[in-house]
Design a protein. Structure first.
Length: 156
């Protein structure tokens, strides 16, 4: 192992893995004053968190979904999604009053907003999904290993 590889490994092992809520503003080192809360359990390495209708949603690579109050960091729920237990690499997205989470195995769980973990639907595309779904103009686009799907979202 080279010196640079060792330094990288040592820094990675010493780093604090977690999700932090940071208050904007201030001057100088505001670490203590501006960190509102920290969360360290089941934090994703790849999927980005989502804040939708007052709830922070995150799914870690191993498929653990966590919902938090974004103001306080209080945990609202944590667990695996029934019918969609798998690894996750795509980030959660939201539209039309629903949260969508696409698993590596092609299962797309649909959650009602509010932080609950009981899916209102699970759709199986029977193909690997690694890309985050895209939402535009009332449609959701899902890229699997072999196909690009486009589904229309209901309009109020």
């Amino acid at each position: 192992m080279s010196q640079s590889e060792w330094e990288y490994y040592r820094a990675a092992m010493a780093s604090e893995n977690g999700l932090l809520a940071i208050r904007l503003g201030g001057k100088g080192d505001v670490t203590d004053a501006n960190v509102r809360w920290k969360y360290h359990k089941s934090v994703p390495q790849l999927p980005s968190p989502l804040v939708y209708r007052g709830v922070l949603y995150m799914v870690n690579d191993g498929g653990i979904v966590t919902t938090l109050n974004p103001e306080t960091g209080a945990e609202l729920g944590q667990g695996r999604l029934k019918g969609a237990i798998a690894p996750y690499y795509a980030s959660p997205v939201a539209a039309d009053g629903k949260v969508f989470m696409a698993s590596e195995t092609g299962k797309v769980a649909v959650l009602a907003p509010g932080g609950g973990l009981e899916p209102i639907a699970v759709n199986d595309l029977n193909d690997d999904i690694y890309a985050t779904p895209a939402i535009s103009d009332g449609r959701i686009y899902l890229r699997t290993r072999g196909w690009l799907y486009c589904f229309g979202l209901a309009r109020p």
